[in-house]
Design a protein around this ligand. Structure first.
Ligand SMILES: O=C[C@H](O)[C@H](O)[C@H](O)COP(=O)(O)O
Length: 231
């Protein structure tokens, strides 16, 4: 069972607080996961009330939710042609010093493209995600054929990789991009930047879930409000 800090109410406060930042005419990156979902639903309500906004989804799931909520969508190329992404709102599995681990929903590859392209990237989280240092296993999306070589490289880098499997499917999780994910436990990550460089340089790695110095602010929903931290 989740603690009070990880409650859905805290996630909702964070998501709604970030959605409040959106202004008329904005193009918004729509993150994936249970916290970003609250921001998407809040945007849908604002669209109903007359807000002119377009979303750029970061996953199949975010796209489906945005369509249900009535948020008009743009493909990434359309958004870039139209002047770019003003704001991205996205969740995180862990936040420390403004660096993030993402990819609990295996959406981190597209999330990183959209979040990094945004003029302003706002992270939404509940207190259970906050830490002094990153230590959450790092999701690594990889080409299926490269599984043995990537696993070997991750072990050589000091990690313990575990192929992600689905609860209700035999076999591994397959991402929206047709790839596999391993969750790699590195223990406490003292230098996220150095580890990010190592992972990015590994052949067969499509993208990893370390988001280093990408976020501009963090909205943490609490039991009775929202804590906003600018980075
Ligand atoms: O791939 C999924 C994402 O990176 C999510 O944003 C992350 O896992 C946080 O999800 P949640 O808000 O459900 O904890």
């Amino acid at each position: 069972m989740k603690t009070e800090g990880g409650s859905d109410a805290a996630k909702r406060r964070a998501g709604e607080s970030a959605a409040d930042l959106v202004v008329d005419g904005d193009v918004v990156g729509l993150g994936t996961g249970s916290t970003a979902a609250h921001a998407i639903r809040a945007l849908g309500r604002e669209v109903d009330a007359g807000l002119d906004v377009h979303g750029v989804p970061t996953s199949f799931d975010a796209r489906r939710l945005a369509r249900e909520a009535g948020v008009p969508l743009l493909a990434l190329d359309e958004a870039m042609d139209a002047g770019g992404i003003d704001l991205a709102i996205d969740g995180a599995d862990q936040v420390a010093d403004g660096d993030l681990v993402k990819g609990g929903g295996a959406a981190h590859a597209r999330e990183k493209v959209v979040d990094a392209a945004a003029a302003r990237f706002v992270v939404v989280a509940d207190p259970s995600k906050e830490a002094d240092a990153l230590s959450h296993p790092v999701p690594v999306e990889l080409l299926p054929d490269a599984l043995p070589t990537v696993e070997a490289a991750l072990r050589a880098a000091g990690g313990e990789p575990a192929l992600r499997t689905a609860e209700r499917k035999d076999g591994p999780v397959v991402t929206d991009n047709g790839n596999l994910v391993v969750d790699c436990d590195f223990g406490r990550i003292d230098s996220p930047e150095a580890l990010a460089r190592t992972l990015s340089a590994t052949p067969g790695v499509v993208e990893h879930g370390l988001f280093v110095a990408l976020a501009d602010e963090v909205h943490v929903g609490t039991a009775d409000g929202v804590r906003v931290r600018e980075l």
